[in-house]
Design a protein around this ligand. Structure first.
Ligand code: GLC
Length: 718
């Protein structure tokens, strides 16, 4: 394909048309999208056989309409676990397989670009979209995103790393000005994108809604041209977030190639027609034809790779059964065992009393563009019964009847808003009987959040609601009086307060929002079919006052216009470990049904790498996988550094009792350097290599002497 020839044949009008999306499906003069429920389309140039290409969300699965008018076919797509749960697997192969399955569904449903992964940092646990993001740590985020992108693009469709950058809250997301130091940007907020972009070469990047140090991200030359292209060598195209920014002219000048979805005046009449605005700017010489050609070139060289451009005859029938297995496999490795005082696993013949309305309304994922429309979601109660777990029939029928009744009366679902159901719905004597005839109580608490709004520091969100606490206290009292066990399942998208009530139970399983196979995943972990191997990708603090990001969501409080990242690089465990603040469950934490021993650590340098090797042995009597983590503690130098930082990790294969595995990991020296003004500096001295089963459960410590090295801002392997 001779790109230059094609560009030379295009009229200026045609070129500018390629820079702006077709508009919203079926609105005004915009035709309905080829794929119902997609998020956007690029414009065609029939004369040159350039077709419309299709963009669809999202990070937990392809989001398209499952049904279409006058069409008896269905268009379900698989609901995978949320990104935070994928990160909890610490298994890059899983991220790849999930990306590949999603990429395949995109291709087979006629979609060219999957608007995922989203890898903004968990700066504050109240961010409404954190479920869509991987972690508080940029290295874990970047490594998971890199694998996911390779998976998606292995199917010949484009991935889209988003939201570039510092889109770490939903409050006033389209206008908030995020003020952050360049060092925190480079080492925390850009780092994950740098890893994913340099290592996986995503076809597209989505610039974020918010401003960065005074400039809209979609209109920032420094971000989109200087850093992304000139330093990192990004070769794809940049699309805006939907209706982002306030100047099409500035977006094109800055390096935002494609303005999506186009015709923002369709939703905001005050907005100008982007095409007209660009034409005027060209006429006035504010945008040269060379710039236009550059933007067209960035888009075209990707479009020519798409299934639509290559007339791929998609089947509309991806293998959803196969992908359901991948969704299950991913979720099962993302479950995190937080507490276990002899409660888990339990035999499926054990009489179990299952409490909580979320056993029926189990949450598969979050809301907004990160939502999914699967054929089914298996709830916890159905799965327990399907798997032959000895669930108390009377109680289960009570919950099925009660949830139905509540939803048909006071707690009706209106316009997709599901009022939170009450949990204090059991009569006292009922509880006594249940505690008498069952050996275990399992209580499910759920939370949901999504795009467009942040979570609340209130009961029913970060805190248990009064009725949730009442249920837990009453069940705990009734069952523990009879020396029976109580287990809590957390069906949530991000941390909630646990410290004040965890002593009321004997086991806590973080089941996140596991996608469509939810109930089956929970059942198999509870009964020991699978040994939980997930580890926290984000800190669970003892309380909200302990967290580092004190300024959230910005000032003025009543209507934030600006948010200053005063904690700088001290995000997540970097803060807790450096300033001696005890978390409730630390970054990288997760229990297992077995135990592991670490030994024979060796640390050497080889060229521009530190090479670490050690053995891991399953010393328990339950087969299991271990996530091994390598943290590096730098010597005291001229540049202040966090106490330690994650620099390598891997997950063992399933180790049988007594089985060992040799782990070999390499760490680039560049990744140990600190950003200072205009370069990366690795200071001379003795570096501590800390091998852990979590960031605070360090099993082996080695040392290595490193010489000072500097790396230019763009160079060096990350
Ligand atoms: C939304 C989201 C973005 C999504 C896009 C298309 O506003 O911020 O993540 O991909 O619009 O739905």
């Amino acid at each position: 394909m001779d790109l230059e020839k094609m560009i030379n044949e295009m009229t200026l009008e045609e070129k500018i048309n390629l820079l702006v999306g077709i508009g919203r499906s079926g609105v005004g003069d915009t035709p309905r999208y080829k794929v119902e429920g997609a998020a956007g389309e690029t414009r065609p140039i029939e004369r040159l056989n350039i077709p419309r290409t299709v963009h669809a969300d999202g990070p937990a699965g392809l989001r398209i309409s499952p049904k279409r008018e006058n069409d008896e076919k269905t268009y379900y797509a698989t609901a995978f676990p949320i990104a935070s749960m994928i990160a909890s697997t610490w298994n890059k192969d899983i991220a790849f397989e999930v990306g590949k399955a999603m990429g395949n569904e995109a291709k087979e449903y006629g979609v060219d670009f999957l608007l995922a992964p989203a890898l903004n940092i968990h700066r504050n646990l109240l961010c409404g979209r954190n479920f869509e993001y991987y972690s508080e740590d940029p290295f874990l985020s970047g490594e998971m995103a890199e694998s996911f992108v390779r998976g998606v693009q292995s199917e010949g469709v484009g991935a889209c790393v988003k939201h570039f950058v510092v889109n770490n809250q939903e409050t006033n997301r389209r206008s908030i000005n995020t003020k952050v130091s360049e060092r925190a940007l480079r080492e925390i907020y850009l780092k994950g994108f740098e890893i994913a972009i340099k290592k996986a070469k995503p076809w597209t990047v989505m610039s974020a809604y918010n401003k960065l140090n005074g400039k809209y991200c979609s209109q920032s030359w420094w971000l989109l041209t200087e850093v992304l292209r000139n330093e990192w060598g990004f070769e794809g195209f940049v699309m805006s977030d939907w209706d982002a920014g306030d100047s099409a002219k500035e977006q094109i000048q800055a390096g935002n190639d494609l303005i999506m979805p186009g015709k923002s005046y369709q939703t905001d009449p005050s907005r100008k027609d982007e095409i007209e605005e660009i034409k005027e700017a060209v006429k006035r010489g504010e945008i040269t034809e060379e710039i236009i050609n550059e933007r067209v070139r960035s888009i075209l060289k990707i479009l020519v790779k798409t299934p639509s451009f290559n007339n791929y005859s998609y089947s509309n029938a991806p293998d959803l059964d196969e992908h359901a297995k991948i969704s299950y496999m991913a979720a099962i490795e993302g479950v995190v065992l937080l507490e276990n005082k002899g409660a888990l696993p339990f035999d499926k013949s054990t009489p179990v009393a299952l409490f909580g309305t979320s056993q029926i309304e189990t949450i598969k994922g979050g809301t907004g563009s990160g939502d999914t429309h699967p054929k089914y979601t298996v709830n916890i109660l159905d799965a327990f019964e399907e798997k032959g777990i000895n669930v108390d029939k009377q109680l289960s029928e009570f919950y099925r009847r009660k949830v139905k009744e509540l939803r048909n009366t006071k707690y009706k679902v209106q316009e997709d808003i599901k009022p939170k159901l009450p949990e204090n719905i059991l009569e006292e004597n009922f509880l006594e009987d249940l505690a008498e005839r069952n050996e275990i109580a399992v209580i499910v608490f759920s939370r949901i959040s999504g795009e467009g709004y942040d979570r609340k520091l209130e009961k029913g969100d970060f805190y248990l609601s009064d009725d949730e606490r009442e249920l837990l206290e009453r069940v705990s009292k009734a069952f523990r009086l009879k020396r029976k066990k109580v287990i809590v399942l957390l069906n949530i998208g991000g941390p909630i307060e646990i410290a004040s009530w965890r002593n009321l139970c004997d086991g806590i399983l973080l089941i996140w929002q596991p996608g469509q196979e939810a109930g089956r995943v929970v059942a198999d972990v509870c009964t020991g079919v699978i040994n939980p191997s997930g580890k926290l990708p984000t800190t669970f603090p003892k309380g909200y006052t302990n967290i580092p990001s004190k300024e959230f969501p910005g000032v003025p409080k009543e209507d934030p216009r600006e948010v200053i990242y005063e904690e700088d690089i001290y995000v997540g465990y970097r803060y807790y470990d450096t300033f001696g603040v005890e978390p409730l469950y630390e970054f990288g934490y997760g229990l297992s049904y077995t135990t592991f021993k670490y030994e024979n650590l060796e640390v050497i340098t080889k060229g521009n790498y530190v090479i670490v090797s050690f053995d891991v042995e399953n010393t328990g009597d339950f087969a299991g996988k271990e996530v091994v983590q390598v943290y590096v503690r730098a010597p005291k130098g001229k540049i202040d550094k966090p106490f330690q930082e994650l620099k390598a990790f891997s997950k063992t294969k399933l180790l049988q009792p007594g089985e060992r595995e040799k782990v070999l990991l390499k760490i680039s020296l560049r990744s140990l350097a600190s950003f200072a003004i205009d370069k990366w500096i690795l200071e001379k001295g003795n570096y501590e290599i800390r091998i852990g089963s979590s960031s605070r459960d360090i099993r082996l410590v080695g040392k290595i002497e490193l010489e000072e090295k500097t790396f230019d801002v763009s160079g060096g392997v990350i």
